[in-house]
Write a new protein. Structure first.
Length: 166
């Protein structure tokens, strides 16, 4: 800044919000972005999704104390299974072993049955009589009746629900 008496002084001044100040803002904006990224990087993520991801990644025991390994979404095999189950086309008709076998042709029927059984102890599937349904966050645990959207059939049947935790 140059004063009227001719003296010079270095001082920070606010930039005007116009197209003419873009050349002065060019070195300032990357520094501001880096400061923002440093700030965001320090924050801890305490969302329910991260907790649920940790839960399905851990091994669990069922009622008969059998150990079931967790799902590692970085493994191609586990990721392809989860993505196949979460496909939107199964919302209306549900998902059976035979339908899942068409998406995972390298798996046998018994391997898919083990995968479906592995989802139950992780609270991702619930079986009522002959019905397997994805557990809704709104369904009551310990309920003896199937969820409203699952239909009874002669084969195991998977009915996904598109509700989220509040």
């Amino acid at each position: 800044m140059v004063h009227r008496d001719g003296s010079r002084e270095d001082k920070l001044a606010p930039l005007k919000k116009s197209i003419y100040s873009l050349s002065e803002m060019r070195p300032i904006l990357p520094a501001a972005c880096l400061r923002y990224l440093d700030f965001i990087g320090v924050l801890e993520d305490t969302t329910a999704g991260r907790h649920d991801l940790d839960k399905i990644g851990r091994p669990v025991h069922d009622e008969s104390q059998r150990s079931w390994r967790g799902f590692n979404l970085f493994l191609k095999e586990d990721r392809s299974v989860i993505l196949a189950i979460l496909r939107g086309e199964f919302v209306l008709n549900g998902l059976s072993n035979a339908r899942l076998r068409t998406l995972l042709p390298d798996k046998s029927s018994s391997a898919i049955a083990r995968i479906l059984r592995r989802l139950c102890p992780h609270d991702l599937l619930k079986k009522w009589a002959m019905v397997i349904a994805i557990i809704s966050p709104t369904s009551v645990k310990g309920s003896s009746s199937p969820p409203a959207n699952s239909s009874r059939c002669h084969r195991p049947h998977l009915q996904p629900q598109l509700t989220r935790k509040p």
